[in-house]
Design a binder for this molecule. Structure first.
Ligand SMILES: [Zn+2]
Length: 186
């Protein structure tokens, strides 16, 4: 079982800030665009997603927008979330802003079958599984609770029902867990 020390979070944040083009962490509620996205999400999900500003972290380019209460989030959770979001930062570098908007889906559409968005999120959730195994141990990555929460992210209103096929998402999780299991056996 691996352990986590808060210094790992400090080191990660310092590493983000020290880049030539720093990766910034910005409170979401202070940002006009983020408030507009919150409003649009409430409308397209008929109120199903009303926690965008209060609970969700969102990355645009090299800025990671964090919700209310971020500072009180336990360091290990902040660390795991930042590792997920850094995958999105890398995606913006890889595809550019125009590419990300096209792939992620202009203004959250199409709802229900957003394959591009689901693939981008899957790449980041695979990192969530890896970092969970890294800092909390393989059993934590294998936990039914984490599995259920990841599946619901894809199939529920959190991301506007981007990929409503729970068995397929579970299959992606199984494949990643098999790799982690093999890696842990060395
Ligand atoms: Zn994500």
């Amino acid at each position: 079982m691996r352990s986590f020390v808060p210094e790992q979070l400090e080191a990660l944040v310092a590493q983000m800030a020290s880049q030539t083009r720093p990766i910034k962490i910005v409170p979401k509620a202070n940002d006009r665009l983020q408030r507009a996205i919150d409003w649009a999400l409430r409308v397209v999900t008929l109120g199903g997603q009303d926690r965008y500003l209060s609970e969700y972290v969102t990355t645009l380019g090299r800025t990671i927008y964090v919700p209310e209460g971020w500072g009180e989030t336990p360091p290990i959770e902040q660390y795991k979330i930042l590792r997920h979001e850094l995958v999105h930062v890398a995606q913006f570098e890889r595809y550019g802003w125009v590419g990300m908007v096209l792939v992620y889906g202009v203004v959250f559409l199409p709802m229900g079958l957003a394959w591009g968005r689901a693939r981008l999120e899957w790449e980041a959730y695979a990192e969530t599984l890896r970092v969970t195994a890294e800092v909390e141990g393989l059993a934590a990555a294998q936990s039914p609770r984490l599995r259920a929460s990841i599946v619901s992210r894809f199939t529920g209103p959190d991301y506007a029902y981007m990929w409503p096929f729970p068995r397929q998402v579970a299959g992606w999780i199984d494949a990643e867990l098999r790799m982690l299991e093999e890696a842990s056996r060395g």
